[in-house]
Write a protein that binds this ligand. Structure first.
Ligand SMILES: [Cu+2]
Length: 160
């Protein structure tokens, strides 16, 4: 009898943990539960603006700035601008995920991203990503168009 009670409690705990993990996804976003680097932002909540410019010059491609420091729990509104002559994109992720993703992009260069953690911009276009950094750590943002990350288009996000 005692064992049965314990089992029920364990199941109830597992279920509530599962519900918590589902996060804001349940509130209507198709995707966007919690990831290792945070979650999709809520555009209705305050967000600190951070401007990031994409460009290429003399064979070097870059994000300016290429290092962004964030306090854990902060929501950031990345205001993106492509000042270059080529298409560029920004993909927020862990370094490991972006390196893996870069390999997939080599095989499939026309892969389009329509994810809340990524944005592709044509020359002279602007865009926005709102992201909530709920976890401390070091993360990556890169342009995964083949050759671009290698040419310098990568940066670091440090969440403390
Ligand atoms: Cu690029």
């Amino acid at each position: 009898m005692k064992i049965a009670t314990f089992k029920l409690a364990a199941i109830a705990f597992a279920m509530s943990a599962g519900a918590a993990l589902a996060g804001p996804g349940a509130a209507g976003h198709g995707h966007g539960g919690e990831t290792a680097y945070g979650k999709v932002g809520d555009p209705k909540k305050p967000a600190r603006p951070v401007q990031v410019v994409m460009s290429e010059k003399d064979g070097k491609m870059s994000f300016i700035p290429d290092r962004v420091e964030i306090r854990r729990g902060e929501q950031i509104r990345f205001q993106l601008r492509n000042n270059g002559e080529l298409d560029h994109e920004i993909v927020l992720a862990t370094l490991e995920e972006n390196l893996k993703h870069a390999v997939e992009m080599q095989k499939n260069p026309d892969m389009e991203h329509d994810d809340p953690n990524a944005k592709r911009l044509a020359p002279k276009k602007t865009g926005e990503i709102v992201w909530a950094f709920t976890k401390a750590g070091e993360f990556d943002f890169s342009c995964l168009i083949p050759g671009h990350r290698e040419a310098g288009m990568t940066g670091k996000i440090i969440v403390k």
